[in-house]
Ligand binder design. Structure first.
Ligand code: ADP
Length: 266
């Protein structure tokens, strides 16, 4: 009989979910721009069940992770984002040894061994620079959606330098560059480079070991991926499931727990 498990990742900006069959086949995914403290997590469960045609009873085990995991009581277990991102990244890219996860309000760099176990990590959760928040603030000034930043950056012939490392000062800097008639694509490319240089510094402190992959919502932005690859002098692996990596890892942990329980129960 098939074993279905669910992983839910409640982030600061976005709730994500995955249903897996037998720990390896992605049956359905769902993502909503409503994070912790909203109805987002409940909607994720409902939509996952709807699109997979499964009932609550058919889900053998649910693991919840992410910033808002402690507020969600419908799961069988809560696990840290680090262990879920490590698990999900290893599943997507078994050869990856360095994972760079940039979310809505923090950035993490994880080192993995060949089994996908985490051997070290560094995190920035103190400063908005180098996170998705920085990109949201800048997109807002430019009257763009974060999803448009990639194509703007791709049109740039050069990158304008943003010298302030602080989001608030960088915001004033971008406003004054705009007032001086700066080229928008060049400005956007500079904004992507600014995020890459902050996160790149964090990654260099952990020591880069290839292969390297990106996870988290900011990974969707090819402008940041490209700038980070340049900054680190390495290729960056990317999956369209990048923003779902934590939820995917949670669903794999759920499968391991469900099957271990089955063995124990007989
Ligand atoms: P969290 O778990 O903290 O909610 P996520 O890993 O879901 O964070 O990432 C959210 C961030 O991803 C947003 O701040 C935004 O910068 C970025 N993002 C989300 N969707 C897109 C998109 N379509 N294109 C580019 N960037 C995106």
């Amino acid at each position: 009989m098939s074993c279905y498990t669910m992983g839910i990742d409640i982030g600061s900006t976005t709730s994500k979910g995955v249903i897996l069959k037998d720990g390896s086949e992605v049956v359905s995914t769902y993502l909503i721009h409503a994070g912790t403290g909203t109805k987002g997590p409940g909607t994720v469960r409902e939509e996952l069940l709807k699109s997979s045609g499964l009932t609550n009873e058919e889900i053998a085990y649910t693991v919840v992770t992410g910033y808002g995991r402690k507020t969600y009581e419908e799961a069988d277990a809560q696990l840290s984002e680090l262990s879920c991102h490590a698990k999900g990244s290893h599943f997507l890219f078994p050869e990856v040894r360095t994972v760079i996860d940039i979310g809505g309000q923090d950035a993490k760099v994880m080192k993995l061994d060949e089994e996908g176990r985490m051997t070290g990590f560094l995190m920035n959760d103190k400063c908005a620079a180098g996170t998705g928040r920085f990109l949201e603030v800048m997109a807002n000034i430019l009257q763009l959606d974060v999803s448009q930043l990639e194509e703007e950056a791709a049109r740039a012939e050069e990158a304008l330098k943003i010298s302030s490392t602080c989001t608030v000062f960088a915001e004033s800097e971008v406003i004054s560059q705009l007032a001086n008639g700066a080229d928008i694509p060049a400005l956007v490319k500079g904004i992507c480079r600014s995020v890459a240089s902050r996160v790149g510094a964090l990654a260099k402190r952990t020591g880069i070991e290839e292969k390297v992959c990106m996870s988290g919502g900011v990974a969707i932005n090819g402008g940041v991926r490209e700038a980070l690859a340049e900054e680190l002098g390495t290729e960056i692996e990317y999956s369209p499931l990048a923003q779902l990596t934590g939820a995917l890892g949670a669903a794999i942990h759920a499968y391991e727990r469900a099957t271990a329980k089955e063995r124990k129960d007989g």
